[in-house]
Design a protein around this ligand. Structure first.
Ligand code: ATP
Length: 376
């Protein structure tokens, strides 16, 4: 019921095309992140799925229904926004019960007349029916707010308010949960713990979730799969490990984690190793390039640093000479900035107590395994 399929979706605002021919195939129960820089079209994509935005062309299916012509409130999507959009005059329980009560009264245009309706609702229902009360309390337990059911939402912390918003979306048992930058308003520490809370609840309920974020760490740590967007296009879809180990473009290599990106020319192949040369380096890679002029991508943690006086064996390949510009001790790792030709490489090495740290000006020997040299 909760799969989401998007085909050839285009969304234009006047002459500006915000989404260009998007295809997505999100499986039931999957936690799927839309990741990209500001303005790339993430929210527009989400709004099209939710039904707040009409696509210019293309199709959207939720479960077995094609939904472009179905209004937002009939699409069975739960939404959680960056601004929690809670009712400040209602307590936690009432905020969560609200949508269930509305469903019970079967109003179709409630979103247009919230104020009038809230009064009407109180009048008609009086006391919340038992089955609704049980459901609300069950969901409040999930988000660990059952002890705060009777507090006004205006008296809660940011993280607690976000959990009320989550509970309010989940209580409707939507087929799909849509979350648009839900953690952006929280401080760093709270954001980390909310990531775990959201992931735990999502897995326990098995609810298909689409999560919009511009924070790569958030997407990579939470999602089963991530779609990386740029300028209205999806550039790559993959698991976090896929994206990290095999980025499709230099943009992704840089956006998902940190990368060293060097310009190189492929000069030949021998025994399955592609030889690539550029300013200050001569490397071999197991990755087959698509063209002779390539971007050579190496992750900071895939480079080994040794003192330059350590002997270079004749058989040794993939060795680069460099000079340390800066070393930064970060506890379990040491981060080096190393000059190679006109490039400044970033290198992360694990540090064990008593190990040596190479200082500024030190000549060093850098080694990288063939399979860690990506050619794009
Ligand atoms: P952010 O991370 O900053 O929220 P985003 O990736 O979610 O960005 P969108 O909000 O989807 O980006 O916007 C994508 C592009 O479409 C932007 O250039 C934006 O200015 C434009 N856009 C969005 N909504 C409208 C609209 N109603 N009218 C005109 N242009 C719009």
């Amino acid at each position: 019921m909760g799969s989401v399929k998007v085909n050839n979706l285009i969304k234009s605002f006047g002459s500006f095309t915000a989404l260009q021919n998007i295809d997505l195939d999100i499986k039931e129960g999957e936690f799927f992140a839309l990741l990209g820089p500001s303005g790339c079209g993430k929210t527009t994509m989400m709004r099209c799925i939710a039904g707040f935005e009409q696509p210019t062309s293309g199709t959207i299916r939720i479960g077995d229904r094609e939904v472009e012509k179905i209004p937002a409130n009939k699409r069975n999507c739960g939404m959680v926004f960056q601004s929690y959009a809670l009712f400040p005059h209602m307590n936690v329980f009432e905020n969560v019960a609200y949508s269930l009560n509305i469903k019970q009264l079967n109003s179709s245009n409630i979103f247009k007349q919230v104020g009038i309706y809230a009064r009407l609702l109180n009048k008609k229902l009086g006391k919340t029916p038992k089955h609704i009360e049980a459901k609300v309390m069950e969901i409040l337990k999930y988000v660990e707010l059952d002890q705060h059911a009777h507090r006004l939402t205006s008296e809660l912390s940011g993280g607690q308010q976000q959990r009320v918003a989550l509970a309010r979306a989940l209580v409707m048992e939507p087929a799909v949960l849509l979350m648009d930058e839900p953690l952006s308003n929280l401080d760093q520490k709270l954001r980390h713990s909310m990531r775990n809370t959201i992931r735990r609840i999502q897995q326990e309920l098995g609810i298909t979730t689409i999560f919009v974020t511009h924070d790569q760490e958030e997407a990579m740590s939470m999602a089963d799969r991530v779609a990386v967007m740029d300028a209205g296009n999806i550039i790559q879809i993959g698991t976090p490990t896929d994206l990290y180990s095999n980025p499709a473009t230099p943009f992704i290599a840089n956006f998902v984690g940190t990368s060293n990106i060097l310009k190189g020319t492929v000069i030949g192949e021998e025994n399955g190793l592609y030889r690539v040369q550029g300013e200050g380096f001569d490397l071999q890679s197991t990755k087959k390039p698509n063209k002779p002029e390539v971007d050579v991508i190496i992750r900071p943690e895939h480079i080994k640093v040794e003192a330059a006086e350590s002997i270079i064996e004749l058989s040794e390949t993939n060795v680069i000479q460099g000079i340390v510009l800066m070393s930064t001790y970060l506890g379990s790792i040491v981060r080096y900035d190393v000059q190679v030709g006109s490039y400044q490489l970033v290198i992360d090495t694990t540090y064990s107590t008593g190990g040596s740290i190479y200082e500024k000006g030190k000549e060093v020997k850098l080694t990288v395994a063939h399979e860690r040299v990506l050619l794009i």
